[in-house]
Design a protein around this ligand. Structure first.
Ligand code: C5P
Length: 230
């Protein structure tokens, strides 16, 4: 399969909807590479905060995006609510998105490790980063459900917040992500909606697989036919 034909699964959705977990599981299932694009914005925000910058200031935010330390992608610090909020601020700045655009696109067109495909989760993967993705999922859930999940994650990290605080933070971040002029969070016209409000991880994964597998299989079949013809 040529590089141009690499399979792309775009998983967009609201904060704490379960899209990250689903994207990881889908990548493992198909043997594809995975990127959590939210981590890029969180790392940029972390860099801004740690250098005493203002995440809403264009020059500070751009410097943050240009000084991302990829070795810290697994740093629990990027998962805090403070960094999440700052990530939403830097992500609304066009220069930041431009700085990170090519990195994301080349990951999808040329997945690492020679993988035949890639799964990327975020807010604008199916709409802006890869509008021609093989399959697109838009993951959402009721705000109270998402807040309860995020509250439990924060608690496990030793961060104590009331559920009301988490509801307010997620609601505010989603609103800002949906309302921003550049790359707003929205469901792509050709994306399948998956509401995980009443689904556990296994059920959500089964539902995602049922939506995505036929699309991936179609591309793999036609690539096989091309190979036999060639
Ligand atoms: O997905 P996660 O909650 O980690 O993303 C943190 C923030 O990064 C989001 O609230 C959003 O503002 C921003 N983001 C984005 N575009 C992406 C991924 C994340 O704007 N593709």
């Amino acid at each position: 399969m040529s590089k141009a034909e690499s399979i792309v699964i775009a998983v967009d959705g609201t904060a704490a909807s379960g899209k990250g977990t689903l994207a990881k599981k889908l990548a493992a299932h198909f043997g594809f590479a995975h990127m959590d694009s939210g981590a890029l914005y969180r790392l940029a925000a972390l860099s801004v905060l740690e250098t005493g910058g203002d995440p809403k200031n264009e020059a500070d935010a751009l410097r943050g995006a240009q000084t991302i330390d990829f070795n810290r992608a697994g740093d629990p610090k990027i998962r805090t609510d403070i960094v999440g909020q700052a990530a939403s601020y830097v992500a609304a700045i066009p220069a930041v998105r431009t700085a990170l655009f090519e990195f994301q696109q080349s990951f999808l067109t040329n997945p690492p490790g020679g993988s035949p495909g890639a799964v990327m989760d975020g807010r604008d993967i199916g709409t802006v980063i890869c509008p021609g993705a093989t399959a697109k999922l838009y993951v959402d859930a009721r705000l109270d459900t998402r807040a309860r999940r995020r509250w439990a994650e924060l608690k496990a990290m030793g961060i104590r917040r009331t559920e009301q605080d988490v509801v307010a933070e997620l609601g505010c971040r989603d609103e800002a992500d949906k309302a921003r002029p550049i790359s707003p969070l929205k469901q792509a016209e050709d994306a399948d909606l998956l509401d995980t409000s009443n689904l556990g991880i296994d059920a959500a994964f089964a539902a995602a697989l049922a939506l995505i597998s036929p699309k991936v299989a179609k591309v793999l079949e036609s690539a096989l036919k091309d190979r036999h013809r060639g």
